[in-house]
Design a protein around this ligand. Structure first.
Ligand SMILES: O=C(O)CCC(=O)C(=O)O
Ligand SMILES: [Fe+2]
Length: 414
């Protein structure tokens, strides 16, 4: 199997310039591409020193105490330290990502993993996950930089070439894409890309992979990051990075983060659309002289224990069910909007198909985004017409976000 390796092929990739046509072709053929020795030693040491100041204990794992045997992660808002963050803004990472995503890359996950001596491996899987901010974009890729050699004893990261070929097709009833169910590769279909300290591997969103246990006497540390194309945001919405993270990234911050804010997300609302005679109408609630979008408080679901916050679809669906007796099977992120002076609202969209029973209720008004904009002084928060317009008109490519509990059962069910 032809892994592109500057050492043996003499290709000039220097990372900062993106990918050569051969590397790009390799990525598309195999679902991954390895760039050798992309990160310089000074950067690796700067990152490793900062990692020592920030132990990888973002998640409570019952029965595990760091640095005892286990799989440890630092993610959430870890990037708030410039000595960890700088690596994300470096062209060695962003430019190859721009090449494979064919768009501005946006961070969907920033983490370092520490598999301590005795830590278990990870069985074969792929990471397209509709319930996760880090897995629900319709175009994303992994960028991984090992800080030690991922060898036989520390634990190889093995990849299944060609396993990324999963079709995406437009949903017949709504402006979203469906991904086909994936096929699990045979056990002998995985290859060892021989990742070494300072290499960079870019892995497609659908590529199957597995990791070996750490039987060495040292920590297996790696930078694990995920990026989506700016035009393909996560269906659950982005991980809600804080303003501190944006500031730690410096001038690059706003360019590489999909969202960041000092305001917490406290509410979630829906743009429920129906199409009647070519009119794209959105459900508004009318009362006391105000127009609002339906919704409620934004609460983490926590049906699947994980660290990537930001999927509020479960609380939104519950609020819609309670008030309107409607449970959309999926929803897709539209945007985050300032609400009041201190908080944000995360808005999701859904199109009711023509064959559905439909949504009704007291005080319901179906307005086009333009009709809502014309009634600007009645909008309860001010952003409602913009959110409706973003769902109906923005040329972004969306997937179907689902609740964690649906993800547990079968994320492909809807
Ligand atoms: O630990 C590894 O090398 C693999 C981790 C992994 O599969 C993931 O982060 O999705
Ligand atoms: Fe994975």
């Amino acid at each position: 199997m032809a892994l592109v390796d500057s050492g043996t092929t003499g290709l000039r990739h220097n990372g900062a310039g993106g990918l050569s046509p051969e590397q790009l072709a390799d990525f598309h053929a195999n679902g991954f591409v390895v760039l050798r020795q992309v990160m310089d030693e000074a950067s690796l040491q700067r990152f490793a020193a900062a990692a020592l100041r920030h132990p990888p204990v973002d998640q409570d794992v019952p029965g595990q105490t760091w640095p005892g045997p286990g799989r440890w992660t630092l993610a959430r808002n870890a990037m708030a330290d410039p000595d960890l963050a700088f690596i994300m803004a470096s062209p060695e990472v962003t430019e190859p990502m721009r090449a494979v995503l064919e768009d501005d890359p946006k961070v969907i996950m920033f983490a370092y993993y520490d598999r301590t001596p005795g830590g278990a491996g990870i069985p074969a899987h792929n990471d397209y996950k509709r319930w996760r901010p880090i897995g629900s974009s319709m175009r994303w890729a992994f960028a991984i930089v090992p800080l030690c050699d991922f060898d036989d004893t520390a634990g190889k990261l093995e990849l299944a070439p060609g396993s990324h070929k999963v079709a995406h097709t437009p949903d017949p009833y709504a402006p979203v894409l469906n991904a086909d169910r994936p096929t699990r590769p045979a056990d002998d279909a995985f290859v060892d890309p021989e990742l070494r300290r300072g290499d960079l591997v870019i892995v497609d969103m659908h590529t199957w992979h597995r990791a070996g246990a750490n039987s060495s006497d040292h920590h297996r540390i790696g930078l694990f990051t995920k990026w989506c194309a700016a035009s393909h945001p996560p269906a659950t919405g982005y991980f809600p990075y804080t303003g501190d993270v944006a500031r730690a990234l410096g001038p690059e911050g706003s360019r590489i983060l999909g969202v960041s804010s000092d305001r917490p997300i406290r509410t979630t609302r829906a743009v429920i659309e129906r199409v009647r005679h070519d009119r794209h109408e959105v459900l508004f609630l009318e009362g006391d002289g105000a127009l609002t979008l339906p919704g409620g408080p934004a609460e983490e679901e926590r049906s699947i224990p994980d660290w990537d916050d930001g999927n509020y679809i479960a609380s939104l669906v519950s609020a819609l069910d309670e008030r309107y007796k409607v449970r959309p099977p999926w929803m897709s992120w539209v945007g985050d909007y300032d609400e009041g002076d201190h908080q944000r609202c995360r808005v999701y969209g859904y199109r009711v198909p023509v064959h559905a029973w439909g949504v009704q209720g007291e005080g319901v008004a179906w307005l086009t985004p333009e009709e809502a904009a014309d009634r600007a002084d009645e909008l309860a928060e001010g952003f409602e017409a913009s959110a409706a317009s973003a769902w109906v008109h923005d040329p972004v490519v969306r997937g179907k976000g689902v609740t964690q509990s649906l993800g547990r059962a079968d994320q492909y069910a809807c």
